[in-house]
Structure formats: structure tokens, C-alpha cells
Write a protein of this length. Sequence first.
Length: 126
Amino acid sequence: MHALLQALLIHRLLPNGFTNRDLRALIAPLLGTSFEDITAGKMTYDLRRLRAHGLIARIPRSRRYQITDTGLRQALLFTHAHDHLLRTGLAQITDPDPPAPSRLPTADRAYRSAFNDLASYAHLAA
């Protein structure tokens, strides 16, 4: 989904919109696959979901799409959150020697401990 939102942001700059094929060409490298690995059917499914949620709109009498204002806002929000919050947060949690002290590794340990306690209490393997 992150790759799809990133590709939408790139296509926002195209005045004539984008096609299924254009989107496939951009998503493939973002996912680390080849163009042939992403079928037109899968892309059609993703386009249908994006249209249903109002993130893109079909240009009348064409097979081209444009990102909507709502789609732009949501794509910017989620890609920004991923790039600046999630990625840096995961880096802080997994870094054995962080450059600066942070409360995030402590919260991560507390969360994992609480989850393991709950699993033990329910007699489940954590």
C-alpha cells in the first residue's frame, strides 16, 4: 500500500493523468519486483479500491485516472508518517547502540513483556 501511495504522489504531477500501465511501471521498482510480476489484473484491483475510497477518479471517456484532492492529502499523510515516524521509530528500536537516548526502546520492551505475560496467562506460546 505504501508503494501505491508513493506512486500516486508521483502521478499527481501528470496533467493528463495516468493509466494502469503507468502505475504498474512505477510500483514494480518500489516493491523490488519486475514489471511483469505485477499483473494488469492486480493493478485493476488496486485501482478499483483506490476509486472506491475516493483517492483517485477516472477521467471521463478515457482509461486514465487522476488523484483527487482527498487522495493527495491522504497519500501525503501516510507516506510522511511512514518515512518520518515508522521508519525512524523502528530504527531506534532495533539499533543496539542508539546515538541518543529515547523512550521508544523502553516502551517497546514494556510492550513485549506485557504481551508475553498475557500469552503466558492465556497458556499460549508467544
